[in-house]
Ligand binder design. Structure first.
Ligand code: SAH
Ligand code: DHB
Ligand code: MG
Length: 219
């Protein structure tokens, strides 16, 4: 059998197979397709989560009853639509994005999805936006998908500002396959794993680049 590991993260997940399961389980409506295609259309990096990962984010948000949530790294709003749709009408998803151009595209994606009312797009370095959001804690869910060097600090913010039972999610925790590299950035990502495992109930979901899921203890 052809080895598809490098492209899909699993030797079994052939492109044809992935197309099939995406079509069956994670089909896009018009707004999701628009947001998914937006990075290429607007000359932005196409580094959004995969369709099945977006669906998973939404299902996890629904399972933990998220009404107040924070996304760190929004790009064109694709993952934000999945999260926002899983929340009640009076829920609020704060979308943190460094690049004004990305934030503008994200707002358009969220508007097309009818999700503008339950989202707030904050432009600037996530650390600054998180600081100003502290007064609105506690949150039910925090999803990390921005600069990977920031994860240790974002994780500590999440521990402090999630409610007991609240959920922390983080994309790319295999660090593009470089998690075990002998570099400061890889060491920081390993520290993020270790601190999260110590402070939360955690599991690393084996998506192609690893999706960390962690629950803040109740007691
Ligand atoms: N979650 C998105 C993809 C995010 S890509 C999705 O799946 O649809 C990562 C984004 O993080 C980029 O748009 C990048 O501009 C943003 N980013 C990078 N560093 C950041 C920082 N310090 N603060 C906020 N956003 C940042
Ligand atoms: C990159 C960032 C991501 O969040 C991702 O999922 C894939 C790639 C990047 O910065 O290259
Ligand atoms: Mg990512």
């Amino acid at each position: 059998m052809a080895d598809t590991t490098s492209r899909t993260g699993s030797r079994y997940a052939t492109p044809e197979l992935v197309d099939f399961v995406n079509r069956v389980h994670a089909a896009h409506d018009e707004a999701l397709q628009l947001a998914f295609d937006a990075p290429v259309r607007h000359d932005m990096p196409a580094i959004q989560v995969a369709p099945s990962e977006g669906k998973l984010l939404g299902m996890l948000a629904a399972l933990c009853g998220a009404r107040r949530a924070v996304e760190v790294g929004t790009l064109a709003g694709y993952s934000a639509i999945h999260l926002a749709r899983a929340m009640p009408e009076d829920g609020v998803l704060h979308c943190l994005e460094l690049e004004p151009r990305h934030a503008e595209v994200a707002r358009a994606s969220l508007q097309a999805a009818g999700m503008l009312e339950r989202t707030r797009v904050h432009v600037g370095p996530a650390l600054e936006s998180l600081e100003s959001l502290a007064s609105e804690a506690p949150f039910d869910l925090v999803f990390l998908d921005a600069d990977k060097e920031g994860y240790p600090r974002y994780g500590r913010w999440a521990l402090e500002h999630l409610r007991p039972g609240g959920m922390l999610l983080a994309d790319n925790v295999y660090f593009f396959g470089q998690l075990m590299a002998d570099t400061p950035a890889a060491a920081a990502m390993r520290r993020f794993h270790e601190e999260t495992a110590a402070d939360f109930q955690s599991v690393c979901i084996p998506t192609p680049d690893g999706l960390l899921m962690a629950i803040k203890p109740l007691g």
